[in-house]
Design a binder for this molecule. Structure first.
Ligand code: NDP
Length: 256
């Protein structure tokens, strides 16, 4: 474990004039991260498939005086991800914050029982689409004076727990990719970090742990402010994993 993040507190975080793209913004953690970014002054580009969830988010952001652009998109539409990068470039000429949050659990089952189409979908949404988004927006983040990328991981990436194989493998892959990207960009203003939000009261958690009482878990709004702190222009850390339950960065060996 390493020190706590070098960020502004959520109350002092000023993202006015900044553009923040959040995937998986229609519900759960992404929804509240998007709200929090908008409350800090960012124009939020909110991506997900469920139009109703995006519209609810838009209503809440506008009611609080913020701004959002809704992008109904299935992230398995890789060409759609490329087009989104082009559209952001055309409208704003840069991107300041990426929150690569959208993911699916797939199934909780022994590896030998996992259907090929389920495994492939987990990898497509959690890994390939995240890579495609990175490829699409990396040039735009480099055009920001303080580009920030926040990539959602999970404790599952490291715990290698029985029956969580496809999801755990996808999150380990995403972390490795984000840390490679952080190393590639460490001499630029871009700062890239992963987040383990910890068990949080969302649809995904309920799917994974149907017997659990959700009321015993933190609400996504509780974890969102901690995640959004990584969008701060004052952040210095890169290539780390913020462990939200402990409020600390986990540091892995950086390349020589
Ligand atoms: P939810 O299932 O509540 O939300 C997932 C979001 O991803 C939704 O907005 C969903 O939108 C979007 N999404 C899923 N598939 C696609 C797709 N094909 N195209 C576009 N968007 C898609 O999950 P959480 O909020 O719980 O999870 C958020 C992140 O946090 C994930 O990366 C997860 O792995 C991670 N995490 C969560 C934990 C928890 O306890 N909740 C613990 C550890 C990590 P839609 O269906 O509208 O497309």
């Amino acid at each position: 474990m390493s020190a706590a993040p070098s960020t502004a507190s959520p109350d002092t975080l000023d993202l006015s004039g900044r553009v923040a793209l959040v995937t998986g913004a229609s519900r759960g953690i992404g929804y509240f991260v998007a709200k929090e970014l908008a409350a800090a002054g960012a124009h939020v580009v909110a991506v997900a498939r469920t139009v109703g969830g995006l519209e609810e988010l838009d209503d809440e952001i506008r009611a609080a005086g913020g701004q959002a652009t809704l992008v109904p998109l299935d992230l398995t539409d890789m060409a759609g991800i490329d087009r989104l990068g082009g559209a952001i470039h055309e409208r704003w000429g840069k991107l300041d914050v990426l929150v690569a949050n959208a993911a699916i659990l797939g199934v909780i089952a022994p590896l030998g029982h996992v259907e090929a189409k389920v495994f492939e979908k987990v990898m497509a949404v959690n890994v390939t689409a995240t890579w495609r988004m990175i490829r699409s927006v990396d040039p735009l983040l480099r055009l920001s004076d303080a580009g920030r990328a926040i990539v959602m991981s999970s404790g599952a990436a490291h715990s290698a727990r029985a029956f969580w194989g496809p999801y755990a493998a996808s999150k380990a892959a995403v972390e490795a990719m984000a840390r490679s990207w952080a190393d590639e960009t460490r001499n630029t203003p871009l700062r890239i970090n992963c987040v383990n939000p910890g068990a949080t009261r969302t649809a995904m958690r309920a799917q994974a742990m149907p017997g659990e009482n959700p009321q015993t878990l933190p609400h996504p709004s509780d974890v969102a402010a901690k995640i959004v702190a990584l969008a701060s222009p004052a952040l210095t850390e890169t290539g780390l994993i913020l462990d939200v339950p402990n409020g600390r960065f986990v540091r892995y060996r950086m390349p020589e």
